[in-house]
Design a protein around this ligand. Sequence first.
Ligand code: SER
Length: 320
Amino acid sequence: MGDTNRILITGALGQIGSELTLKLREKFGKENVIVTDVREPKAAQDGPFDKLDVLNLDEMQRLVKEHEVDTVYHLAALLSATGEQKPDLAWRINIVGLLNVLNTARDLKLTRVFHPSSIAAFGPETPRVLTPQETILKPRTMYGVTKVAGELLDNYYYEKFGVDVRGARLPGIISNVTPPGGGTTDYAVEIFYEAIKQKRYTCFLSEDTVLPMMYMPDCLKAFITLMDADLSRLSHHGDYNLAALSFNPRELAAEIRKHIPEFAVKYEPDYRQAIADSWPQSIDDSASRREWGWRPDYDLPSMVEDMLRVLGERHERGDL
Ligand code: SER
């Protein structure tokens, strides 16, 4: 396996991609990280940017050749709530887009691919507490269907063609740079912005909806640690369970109130409640811990403190 030196990120202007770009540019040099997205960037880019629709295989392969890419982080996807509004589009972007990446990896002999899965791969029949690594995968959302199919494609391309594709089932990711879009766990990000700006928030999930979550620094650490892991130690490919935090909106609001005592939350569950109710509350990630040394750094109090510090500073600068 060669060393990673030229990376292309799809969907790189999204919630995770925008921060992963900075982290990978620190590690590998900014010229070695090619940012791509179907959208044009709003701000000037500090390194290579190319417009790429992941449904366009020819353009994907042209960019991989032009930039001599050896590693792809494939982040372009529709999330769960948008996927329920636009199921055909979710299938195309999440599955045809993935096939284009996997075929590119096979045909152009890429060293490694990162492709995240999600807690949305699970469904109502899955054990909801400490969900095991090997368990029932019968999701009820189109997003979840694409995640299960994606995990199976990842395994298939590894077994059949030797494509070294890696990924984990991400929980809700909480961050303070680029907002998420179209997810069921997005409340756990919005709540911070509204706590700082308005001191009140109307939550679209009920107050006792427990979901697995993770702070962005831990998410980036997971990506990089898994991609650096020794292949011979990995018994899974695109489907590692991953855990950090589990809480409900009431517990999160109470933790925020330790810093902003007047913060008020109302609960008005909408169609996303049914999606959340079909997902686990907590995840058993012992395979990740054992095989590639996974360990999160943030608990609920330290995540909340850091989120409020960073967003508070942005608010003072008039940047929120
Ligand atoms: N954050 C995602 C969503 O809510 C879960 O993978 O759709």
